[in-house]
Design a protein around this ligand. Structure first.
Ligand SMILES: Cc1cc2nc3c(=O)[nH]c(=O)nc-3n(C[C@H](O)[C@H](O)[C@H](O)COP(=O)(O)O)c2cc1C
Length: 191
């Protein structure tokens, strides 16, 4: 697929089919992530591919975050219902890739640049998935950065999740999208 077409027409697809996605396609997506630019070759990323029951890893994370933040007066039954609703969120797509930034232990480059590289990896992955006919959505939300989610993914040190990429075959029309024209965001400087 033409790169310009992918950049222009990729949309966040929140509703996908549960049909399985070939491992070879997931590997192409991961490979694309690793080709993101990164300062001083730190390659500051880690990926978790969750499929099938493996999605319980994320589901458990959502459930533990919700439980930690829940009203302490909830009954056992209410808490259990809350956790079960949260767990289901991880099953919204047949494949979910968690992406974490792994800032170098020695401050080789500023941490902000390690995040930049990890975010660029995510964009590579979204575009590649689109080119492969897959729908994706980059999801975060407050639970992503919660200590209980860190615990679920056994993050250490400065590692942080930068998002969950939900992937599957689209089960919706791409939403309409608009952008502020670049002219309104750009200053041309020529002398
Ligand atoms: C860092 C980041 C986090 C995001 N988190 C969410 C999210 O939690 N839920 C969601 O529905 N969309 C999320 N999105 C997707 C945006 O909502 C989406 O990119 C935006 O609406 C523009 O639509 P488009 O991707 O179709 O161009 C996130 C995007 C980014 C860059």
């Amino acid at each position: 697929m033409d790169m310009k077409e992918a950049i222009r027409h990729r949309r966040s697809i929140g509703k996908v089919k549960q049909d399985p996605v070939d491992k070879s396609l997931i590997e192409e997506i991961l490979e694309a992530g690793t080709w993101a630019p990164n300062h001083c070759h730190t390659e500051p990323w880690r990926f978790w591919v969750m499929t099938g029951e493996g999605r319980r890893l994320l589901g458990q994370g959502y459930a533990e975050v919700a439980a930690a933040e829940a009203d302490p007066t909830l009954s056992e039954e209410e808490l259990s219902k809350l956790k079960s609703v949260q767990k289901k969120k991880a099953f919204r797509a047949p494949v979910v890739i968690a992406v974490a930034v792994t800032p170098s232990v020695k401050p080789v480059v500023p941490e902000i640049e390690e995040y930049a590289a990890a975010h660029a990896a995510v964009q590579n992955m979204l575009l590649t998935a689109y080119a492969l006919g897959l729908g994706t959505i980059w999801r975060t939300g407050a639970p992503t950065y919660h200590p209980k989610m860190r615990e679920a993914f056994s993050l250490v040190g400065k590692e942080e999740l930068v998002g969950f990429i939900y992937i599957g075959y689209p089960d919706m029309e791409p939403p309409k999208a608009a952008r502020v024209p670049f002219a309104q965001k750009t200053t041309w400087v020529s002398e």
